[in-house]
Design a protein around this ligand. Structure first.
Ligand code: CP
Ligand code: NVA
Length: 635
């Protein structure tokens, strides 16, 4: 029993690690209000939570409310409270009570609370050093008196305070350039401050779990959905300004906004450090692969004309992905590796394979099963794609039974045809032209070893084939020095080379000498000389490639810690020697393992509904470096 408890604790601690790495050095703005400000136990847990965040390197800025305290004091003083259009009218006397309470007693109480927990809080209001410059808020048809709207945040000074190691606790009171003090809505103040700081996250602590629909928490909310729920009066009252302030923050650089229940203990930590979260997160838009502004190209191996390939969320090649997409995918991979979740429950994936496969087939089948979906493997002999019946008909029929087609085909054009006629996502599980899923897993492997950084040199030794093509596509996303050494006549397709060069992202060299490519490389990558479908050329290829073997001599030219990579299957003794595959610098079997983790992220990104909250909830670390032997290769 005791051991199980410890195990659980250990799991909790280690599952938080990716999030800690991800958020270190970033800024979180927290709007503190409601029950979390009045209940003693909740106050304590809030103070501990923000202190913990600060201690692990997150810059925390608190903006607090305190409307009840203002009302209480006004009543004690026998003052009348006037409401205009449902909002408090701030006359001169009310403003005095606002300053006395918000910038006075309430602010100091929060500061004392946080400091008792060790949080180094410093109390401020918007008047201090013109932190919040404001002007009179004048909505159409209302006069709210001395209520202000923020014109400017003294962000330079705020950043200096943060850099000095303190936690600013800000009362929402502003001042105009001519010295008039204004009462400011705390939600709007928090949103403006988060925007000015370019905060990673903005939290609103409310007294409900978040946005509720039929009693159920809505975990993720886009603007379109929020406006719909406001119309349907699902989102009402005080939640409306919060939701609107959230979208304004998102439109102006804040990465994510969370509405969480301040009335539940440690909701802040649970929202940040668990995948499931406990509140509603407000996001910009539904996430899909591909930036619509990015020029897209398609390839036809037999026809030079570009074709449209990405009308829906297919993964046919890597040109559909932006750097952010790749980063998101890797973060999601981290999450799915550490979490047992089933975002694809009820879905069905069809695997349609014209060529043999071990890794791709098994990793997709296992990924599907681990994500809660079902799959069916169809070998082409039984289907006769384009022979027994047209590709378009197969696409339409499979679309009516399943939710995704993962296809391994010879001709890339057939894949394009399949995608064009399928109404469900199509994933390229390898064609003669490209192997995008492989390269995504390979990039993840490189990142695991801490090598995905500026200056990365990848030497691709061997055939300018499908795998090399996908590396070229990746070089148009991630900056790298990609040196491809291949014998004359076996260079990559000039069209894709041109695409990669035109992107201007990476340095690309096509070389005839593997030794030049390998020189000081951080990664030595190879693939078979004879790919599936080229068996008739085997003898000629062996001859042409004989000096392109990855062996001890070649590896000695690379960086001593260079990773040795191969997508597998390998023809040991041809493109790579046993000692290279089995050397301590080889990450070849980890590449194979990572196919599973990355396939899970690919399928989740393409198939999980936004409400399932998977491709948004994420974002743990940029990478968790593996311990890799620092000693030079021994071969
Ligand atoms: N690397 C790879 O795609 O392996 P399989 O051909 O076995 O799927
Ligand atoms: N280039 C190889 C890759 C195998 C994963 C092939 O197409 O056979």
């Amino acid at each position: 029993m005791k051991e199980t408890n410890l195990q659980t604790k250990e799991e909790i601690l280690t599952s938080a690690l990716p999030y800690i790495q991800r958020y270190e050095g970033t800024t979180f703005v927290i709007k503190y209000g409601g029950a979390a400000m009045t209940d003693e136990a909740l106050k304590e847990s809030f103070a501990k939570d923000v202190t913990l965040l600060k201690k692990i390197g997150i810059n925390v800025v608190i903006v607090h409310g305190g409307g009840n305290a203002v009302t209480d004091l006004s009543q004690k003083l026998g003052m009348e409270t006037r409401f205009v259009g449902g909002q408090r009218y701030t006359d001169t006397a009310t403003l005095e009570t606002v300053v006395m309470t918000l910038a006075g007693s309430v602010n100091k109480e929060v500061v004392a609370l946080v400091n008792r927990a060790g949080g180094n809080a410093v109390g401020l209001c918007g008047i201090d050093n013109n932190l919040l410059t404001a002007k009179k808020y004048a909505p159409k048809g209302y006069d709210l008196g001395l209520v202000g709207e923020i014109e400017q945040v003294n962000v330079e000074w705020l950043n200096k305070l943060i850099a000095s190691g303190v936690m600013p606790v800000i009362a929402p009171v502003g001042v105009s350039t001519d010295g008039q003090i204004y009462n400011i809505n705390a939600d709007i103040a928090a949103s403006s401050i988060a925007q000015a700081l370019g905060a990673e996250k903005l939290f609103f602590l409310t007294d409900t779990e978040g946005v509720l629909l039929d009693g159920e928490l809505v975990p993720t909310l886009t603007n379109a959905r929020a406006q719909q729920l406001i119309k349907q009066e699902v989102i009402t009252g005080g939640m409306i300004p919060k939701v609107n302030a959230a979208f304004e923050a998102l439109a102006n650089g804040v990465k994510k906004v969370h509405l969480i229940n301040g009335a539940a203990r440690h909701s802040l930590l649970l929202e940040i450090f668990t995948h499931e979260g406990v509140g509603t997160q407000i996001i910009r838009e539904e996430k899909v692969f591909g930036n619509p502004t990015k020029p897209k190209i398609g390839y036809r191996s037999s026809d030079a004309a570009p074709v449209r390939t990405h009308s829906k969320h297919d993964l046919l090649d890597l040109t559909v992905m932006t750097k952010q997409d790749v980063e998101d995918l890797m973060h999601l991979t981290d999450v799915l590796k550490h979490t047992d979740v089933k975002p694809l429950t009820g879905k069905h994936v069809t695997l349609l394979f014209q060529k043999p496969s071990l890794r791709t087939r098994v990793s997709f089948e296992v990924a599907v099963s681990q994500l809660g979906a079902t799959s069916l493997y169809l070998a082409n002999e039984g289907i006769g794609l384009g022979e027994r019946e047209p590709v378009a008909d197969v696409a339409k029929v499979l679309s009516s039974y399943s939710d995704c087609i993962v296809a391994r085909l010879f001709d890339h054009n057939v894949l394009l045809g399949l995608a064009e006629h399928a109404s469900i996502p199509v994933v390229n599980a390898l064609t003669d032209f490209g192997h995008p899923c492989q390269i995504l897993a390979d990039l993840y492997t490189i990142r695991q070893h801490g090598k995905l950084e500026p200056g990365l040199k990848i030497a691709f030794i061997g055939d300018g084939n499908n795998v090399a093509h996908s590396w070229l596509e990746m070089s148009a996303i991630y900056p790298m020095h990609l040196a491809i050494a291949a014998p004359a006549g076996y260079h990559p397709d000039p069209k894709i080379l041109e695409y990669a060069n035109q992107s201007g992202i990476s340095t690309i060299e096509i070389l005839d000498d593997p030794r030049v490519a390998a020189d000081s490389a951080d990664v030595i990558y190879t693939d078979v000389w004879t790919s599936m479908g080229q068996e008739a050329e085997q003898v000629a290829r062996k001859k042409a490639f004989h000096s392109f073997q990855v062996n001890k001599g070649l590896l000695q030219l690379a960086h001593p810690n260079a990773l040795i990579m191969h997508c597998l299957p390998a023809h040991r003794g041809e493109e790579i020697t046993d000692e290279a595959i089995d050397s301590r610098n080889s990450v070849i079997f980890l590449q194979a393992e990572n196919r599973l983790h990355v396939q899970k992220a690919i399928l989740t990104t393409l198939l999980a509904s936004p409400e399932a909250n998977f491709f948004q909830k994420e974002e743990p670390s940029s990478f968790i470096p593996l311990k890799h032997d620092e000693e030079p290769a021994t071969i």
